[in-house]
Write a protein that binds this ligand. Structure first.
Ligand code: ADP
Length: 264
């Protein structure tokens, strides 16, 4: 039927119905390919550190046997590779847990300003050690959203971690929680701004895709799994919110998570 359409033959009366079936299959096929792609990416990401671990083990059992110096050095690398696998598995499990609970809306009233302030507090020292000052500001009074505490903490952590990791050159990160008006009503906005190199516009729309990175080697070197923003996006969607990203290359990046306020 498709080839009939392609060859420009005269339309049969049932043509629209045929087109519809064709479209549905395409959508199903697209989802199937996305799933297959995800499994293949995840396997590859796990296989890389695993191959390196196996290589070092074989070297230690073979040519480097008895070489005390090599042993210490290799064990350090092996620990780092194993940690990387553990991080990846943790992120994969988080993603799957969030996806499975996507239909259940979070309902606990949570003061987003307070939660963000506390989370930033726990991260400040580690950022300072890397030469980055993290500032926090919020209006007086609570900003209550229906939410899931641990997931909202994760949003703040992932965004601030990225700002420090990729935008740390700027020396400071600003986190702001405030009330804003949107077309769908009042909302709480959590903004994380950095003053680093920023992100070129062609990458912005793809950053929340699983395993999408602007620079894979740089992300890996900084301990990234490529899943952080995918996790953030899923959490925000489950909270009926949205994630907005802006960047001027050379001037830093701003990530905003926007959540509808608790109607009560
Ligand atoms: P990763 O584990 O690689 O950090 P993320 O999903 O958190 O994965 O981010 C995806 C990619 O987006 C990163 O690899 C990085 O290239 C880019 N990115 C994220 N945040 C920033 C930022 N604040 N400044 C510049 N690039 C960023």
């Amino acid at each position: 039927t498709v080839s009939a359409l392609d060859s420009g033959e005269e339309a049969a009366p049932e043509r629209p119905a045929v087109m519809l079936v064709f479209r549905d299959l395409t959508e199903e096929r697209r989802l199937e390919m996305m799933r297959a792609d995800f499994v293949s990416n995840a396997s590859h990401e796990l296989r890389t550190p695993l191959a390196s671990l196996l290589g070092f083990i074989e070297t230690l059992q073979g040519p480097a046997r008895g070489d005390e110096k090599a042993r210490e050095r290799f064990l350090d690398i092996m620990r780092e590779q194993a940690r990387r696998m553990a991080r990846l598995i943790d992120d994969l499990l988080s993603l799957s847990r969030i996806e499975m609970s996507e239909h259940r809306r979070p309902e606990t009233p949570i003061d987003l300003a307070d939660l963000a302030r506390q989370t930033v507090e726990t991260m400040r020292k580690a950022a300072e050690d890397r030469g980055v000052a993290v500032a926090f500001s919020a209006p007086d009074g609570p900003l209550v959203v229906p939410g899931e505490r641990d997931d909202l903490i994760r949003v703040v952590e992932n965004l601030v971690e990225n700002a420090v990791k990729y935008g740390g050159d700027g020396g400071r990160v600003e986190v702001t929680a405030r009330r804003i008006a949107t077309t769908t009503g009042p909302a709480a906005e959590l903004a994380v701004r950095d003053f680093g190199p920023g992100i070129a516009p062609e990458h912005l729309p793809r950053l929340t895709e699983r395993f999408y990175r602007v620079d894979t080697a740089a992300s890996r070197a900084k301990g990234g799994t490529g899943l952080g923003l995918a996790i953030v996006k899923h959490i925000v969607i489950r909270h009926r919110g949205r994630l907005a990203m802006e960047s001027k290359p050379g001037e830093g990046a701003t990530f905003r998570a926007i959540f509808p306020l608790d109607p009560a």
